[in-house]
Design a protein around this ligand. Structure first.
Ligand code: PEP
Ligand code: MN
Length: 262
């Protein structure tokens, strides 16, 4: 992935939509798919505001085994349906090699979560599929370890990899993690892969998400992933970091990515 370093090779999601092609890509949606109504409403909200892809977790890597674990395949179906209805490709996490087949049936982009960044069997198996992989950085991983993780996917023949900086563990406790934008920019300089940032997980606080999203794009990253919930007070996961529809709309205007009004 370090070949041709510094010149980003775009990763095509579908004809007319690529990450790393110049125009920043916004991936938005709830942390988790919770119901058909919730994901459909989220999809409409983010599409109207100008997002290019819809996100939503169905297989959730939760810190506590007693927390909501996601809806599994039923959630994938709801996500794919909301994506189809709004015309948005969908991104969702795959946690285990045994679930790649089912996730790939519904998803346009398969996400490797931060906790699985060094799940080498998962990475190796994703190297054999022909869909893009969004590879999140582990909270305890160095830049070099992150790039080697990408190398595991690429080695199998799948070069369609998008790197995602989502915050690392530091001594700071005010924020959930520390969004390491400098390493994200370094990843762009050291590889040919597109790199995006996820300030939602990086900060864990909705009031910091918009400023850090602006910072990420100002630094030249290829996009952002943002958690948006129709009603964050009702969110089953990551409620504190979810943007409201109004927050998201405002941010998209600030970023100059909101569609022109008809
Ligand atoms: C997510 O994007 O839903 C997620 C769980 O993020 P991370 O793996 O970065 O914690
Ligand atoms: Mn989340």
């Amino acid at each position: 992935v370090t070949e041709g370093a510094g010149t980003t090779l775009p990763v095509e999601i579908r004809p007319g939509l690529a990450v790393g092609a110049g125009r920043p890509v916004v991936i938005a949606g709830p942390c988790s798919v919770e119901s058909p109504e919730q994901i459909q409403e989220a999809a409409e909200v983010v599409r109207r505001a100008g997002a290019s892809l819809l996100r939503g977790g169905a297989f959730k890597p939760r810190t506590s085994p007693y927390s909501f674990q996601g809806l599994g395949e039923a959630g994938l179906r709801m996500l794919a349906e909301a994506g189809e209805r709004t015309g948005l490709p969908v991104v969702t996490e795959v946690m285990d090699p045994s679930e790649i087949e089912v996730v790939a049936r519904y998803a346009d982009v398969l996400q490797v979560g931060a906790r699985n960044m060094q799940n080498f069997r998962l990475l190796t198996a994703l190297g054999r599929i022909d869909k893009p992989v969004l590879l999140k950085r582990g909270p305890g991983a160095t830049l070099e370890e992150w790039l080697y993780a990408a190398e595991y996917v690429a080695k199998g023949g799948n070069g369609r990899i998008i790197l995602c900086e989502r915050g690392i563990r530091t001594f700071e406790t005010h924020t959930r993690y520390t969004l390491d934008l400098a390493s994200a920019v370094a990843a762009k300089q050291l590889t040919h892969l597109p790199v995006i940032a996820d300030p939602s997980h990086g900060c864990g606080r909705r009031e910091l998400v918009a400023p850090m999203a602006r910072a990420a794009l100002a630094a030249g990253l290829d996009g952002v992933m943002l958690e948006v919930h129709p009603d964050p007070t009702q969110a089953l996961s990551d409620a504190a970091q979810a943007l409201t529809p109004a927050d998201f709309q405002r941010l998209m205007v600030e970023l100059g990515l909101a569609p022109a009004r008809a």
